[in-house]
Design a protein around this ligand. Structure first.
Ligand code: GCO
Length: 501
């Protein structure tokens, strides 16, 4: 088996640009750019991320805002879900959460002190259109106007996700939400309502967050327990895939709506947690195995390939033919909207090795006792961002698409000391290891453009309620007091240095 062939020309070109060299200086056959460091004529690899690298933090509306019944906001499926006994680990609700709705100015001041220049947040559909379709609630829009103006005053660029899982309850009641094709057009109309009002202030958009999670793993396939709202499991793989298809349609229509409504050029990104497949040993045969596993992965082929190429890969479709959804005439044309960049929500991944059996690879089972980031699914796999980035480029043929880590983080296990400081050394060790692999991708010429730490604040962690703490900043949910953790200080120094300290 031969080694996978990276998109060498483009990557060399990219690296050359960064170093102020011409592509010819880094001419073939140097596929292994790291190796060139040793040659006397080669320029040294950058030890840091470039100055335009996007250092950032991320949150989502339903996880931080609170103010659930203020200024005309409608219920979302998560408001309803939290009221169902037994759904949320600690019985927590989204009514108050971090109260970011009222405290955003102080939160943004803390963000500015941290040194981030980019903030990823989400806009709550039921705040903008309380019934999911129809009348726009201008008070809801005003909140985001104030938020974005405050960000801009602090020199922080806003990046808005339009859907981070808070579907208006009214649409769940009306046509069973994502189970209906109708949701796609309603989502596009909501996108138009937002972008026509806020597009003068926001030019970085992400239509949907993590299709794989809300539509599949924790959604309608309910493979991961406890489930997410609305807590409906569908019986057959085909029905489950149909939900994914509706989300892709919603994505395509929303991309068209955003570009049509934006008063100025804007950039649209996906924000997906595709499966990163890591070769257990970096030899050609294991690398080839990981690449095959990446391309065969159900969610990668079902979501990522259509997002990037507006269709399924034919070998993948053959492999998964028994679970393919119905696709109406013209749907692929709608879905095939060009993306400006791709966000990769990267927490974990899987290790793979070559095999003489089956399709030539084998997934390595995660043993009991393997290090985790506070949740059963969050296996610590620091090479995941590197291989995710590299395999999107190689296996899915997207060598030029800028890619950023749109989420990365863990739930720490530290408690505050007498002075109130939380020494979240698990977060620091984790992020440091992941960032070094992201830098490696950058050094090898992959177009990695940013790192968005999840999350800025401790917040509502879905079915786990407030029992899991993903924040760089500790939140006391009784007093709403914010205390930066040690990880916040580490991240500030890392941003200053331009590489993981
Ligand atoms: C996700 C969501 C976040 C989560 C985070 C930790 O990626 O699942 O985007 O909202 O809170 O990932 O689980």
């Amino acid at each position: 088996m031969s080694a996978p062939r990276p998109a060498a020309t483009s990557r060399r070109g990219f690296l050359a640009q960064g170093l102020g060299l011409t592509a010819a200086t880094l001419a073939a056959p140097a596929l292994n750019l790291v190796g060139r460091e040793k040659e006397s004529t080669a320029a040294p690899l950058p030890a840091s991320f470039p100055p335009d690298f996007e250092w950032a933090v991320a949150t989502a509306a339903i996880q931080v805002e609170g103010a659930a019944r203020e200024d005309g906001r409608g219920d979302s499926i998560w408001d309803t879900f939290c009221r169902e006994p037994g759904r949320i680990a600690d019985g927590g609700t989204v009514d108050v959460s971090c109260d970011h709705y009222h405290r955003f100015a102080a939160d943004i001041a803390l963000m500015a002190e941290l040194g981030v220049k980019h903030y990823r947040f989400s806009i709550a559909w039921p705040r903008i259109i309380p019934e999911g379709r129809g009348a726009v609630n201008e008070k809801g829009v005003d909140f985001y106007r104030r938020l974005v103006d405050c960000l801009r005053d602090h020199g922080i660029t806003p990046h808005a996700t339009l859907y981070h899982w808070d579907l208006p309850q009214a649409l769940q009641d009306r046509y069973a939400g994502w189970q209906s094709r109708e949701v796609a057009q309603d989502f596009a109309d909501y996108a138009t309502a937002v972008v026509s009002r806020l597009g003068d202030r926001i030019d970085r958009w992400m239509p949907l967050n993590e299709i794989a999670t809300f539509a599949y793993y924790s959604g309608y396939a309910v493979g991961r327990t406890p489930p997410h709202a609305p807590g409906i499991a569908l019986a057959t793989p085909r029905e489950q895939s149909q939900i994914i298809h509706h989300t892709l349609l919603a994505h395509g229509l929303a991309c068209q709506a955003i570009r049509a409504a934006s008063p100025r050029p804007c950039r649209i990104a996906g924000a997906e947690n595709f499966e990163s497949c890591v070769p257990i040993i970096e030899t050609p045969e294991h690398i080839e195995a990981a690449k095959k596993a990446f391309a065969d992965s159900f969610v990668n082929g079902a979501i990522l390939h259509p997002l990037l190429h507006g269709r399924w890969d034919s070998a993948w479709a053959e492999l998964h033919r028994e679970r393919l959804p119905e696709v109406a005439e013209g749907d692929w044309r709608t879905i095939a909207q060009p993306l400006d960049e791709l966000g990769f929500n990267c927490y974990t991944g899987g290790y793979f090795k070559a095999s003489s059996q089956g399709r030539g690879y084998e997934s390595i089972a995660i043993p009991a006792g393997y290090p985790k980031g506070g949740l059963p699914w969050l296996n610590i796999i620091p090479e995941a961002p590197y291989w995710g980035i590299r395999l999107v480029s190689e296996a899915f043929n997207a060598p030029h698409l800028p890619i950023f880590i749109s989420e990365n983080g863990l739930s720490d296990s530290a408690t505050a000391d007498a002075s109130g400081l939380v020494s979240d050394i698990d977060r620091i060790a984790y992020s440091r290891a992941y960032l070094r692999q992201i830098l490696r991708a950058k050094q090898e010429g992959y177009p990695v453009s940013g790192y968005y730490h999840w999350s800025f604040l401790d917040n509502f962690e879905w079915s786990e309620g407030y029992t899991k703490r993903f924040g760089l900043v500790h939140v006391d949910f009784t007093s709403q007091r914010r205390t930066p953790k040690l990880g916040y200080h580490w991240y500030r120094e890392t941003i200053r240095a331009g590489h993981a300290l």
